[in-house]
Design a binder for this molecule. Structure first.
Ligand code: TYC
Length: 134
């Protein structure tokens, strides 16, 4: 029978569980302290940051500048000044970042932008790119 926290169990992943303030084996207060003493094991919750995704806007020759500014204000919560800056960046450089979100939020924004563009018969394109550490 294998105990749940057996440090020699090859199926365990990661270092042996140890509380942040644990002195380790045989530190002060370690070992069998006799009657009235015991082992306190702190649980370290698994909190992993979610992967993040950039929503990119692509330039084209036909979508009106005012429409792009409107999209940036409406779906990416930019004020008019910021939206105009980002639109001009995309217009001049070909691509720009509208925002960085979790996958589902990024996907939803792309769908909303493309739906509105299609309704207005503009060829505006938006894509998702995984955010790196650069
Ligand atoms: N290049 C477009 C024009 O001159 C404007 C534009 C900007 C289009 C950004 C798309 O993502 C875009 N009307």
């Amino acid at each position: 029978m294998t105990r749940p926290q057996d440090p020699l169990d090859p199926k365990r992943s990661g270092p042996p569980a140890r509380a942040a303030d644990d002195d380790g084996p045989q530190g002060p207060g370690g070992g069998d302290g006799g009657p009235g003493t015991g082992v306190v094991t702190k649980v370290r919750p698994k909190t992993k940051k979610p992967a993040m995704y950039k929503v990119l806007m692509l330039n084209d020759d036909y979508t009106p500048m005012e429409f792009v500014v409107h999209v940036l204000e409406r779906y990416f919560s930019m004020n008019n000044q910021r939206a105009t800056e980002v639109m001009l960046h995309v217009h001049q450089r070909g691509v720009g970042v509208c925002g960085v979100y979790t996958y589902e939020v990024a996907e939803t924004k792309v769908t909303q932008v493309m739906d509105l563009a299609r309704q207005h018969q503009h060829p505006l394109q938006c894509t998702i790119e995984k955010d790196g550490d650069d």
